[in-house]
Design a protein around this ligand. Structure first.
Ligand SMILES: [Zn+2]
Length: 147
């Protein structure tokens, strides 16, 4: 039975030039975060690796958001919450990431007004994603946005 944890797991963060990596080589490493078609982050979990890779040339705020996004992937994997459709899974991960990101981080990303409005809509500005009960409520709101 997977642990339905609400807190994000910790993992070693490695900054790399992911844009130089061969896409075919990294595709089986797990879900990929892309920006304009370029890989910006991924969870690399395997027998000889246990790391989150993030594109080192990203602006700092986007790098932090990407790391948070990859940790959400990891949490959902460990909790057995991953969905079979990668596109829908990506939407869930992105919205949980918005719920978890601080307002100051969101305000430094592209489209800050949209991101802050989304965060408020899915957390009411008070739900704590690190608490299981609150995370379940956040997910009910995320479902209503996605489905
Ligand atoms: Zn992703």
């Amino acid at each position: 039975m997977p642990r339905r944890r609400a807190t994000l797991p910790r993992m070693r963060i490695v900054e790399k030039h992911l844009r130089r990596h061969n896409l075919a080589r990294v595709l089986d490493c797990g879900p990929l975060r892309t920006r304009r078609g370029l890989i910006v982050g991924l969870v690399n979990v395997g027998e000889d690796s246990d790391e989150i890779w993030v594109e080192k040339t990203l602006p700092r705020a986007e790098r932090l958001f990407t790391i948070l996004h990859e940790r959400v992937h990891l949490r959902r994997q460990i909790a057995g919450e991953e969905l079979p459709d990668p596109a829908i899974e990506e939407a869930y991960v992105e919205l949980e990431t918005v719920a978890r990101a601080s307002p100051s981080l969101l305000s430094r990303l592209p489209y800050p007004t949209l991101l802050l409005t989304l965060k408020k809509a899915i957390t009411s500005g008070r739900l704590d994603p690190n608490r299981r009960k609150d995370l379940d409520k956040i997910y009910r709101r995320i479902h209503s946005l996605i489905l």
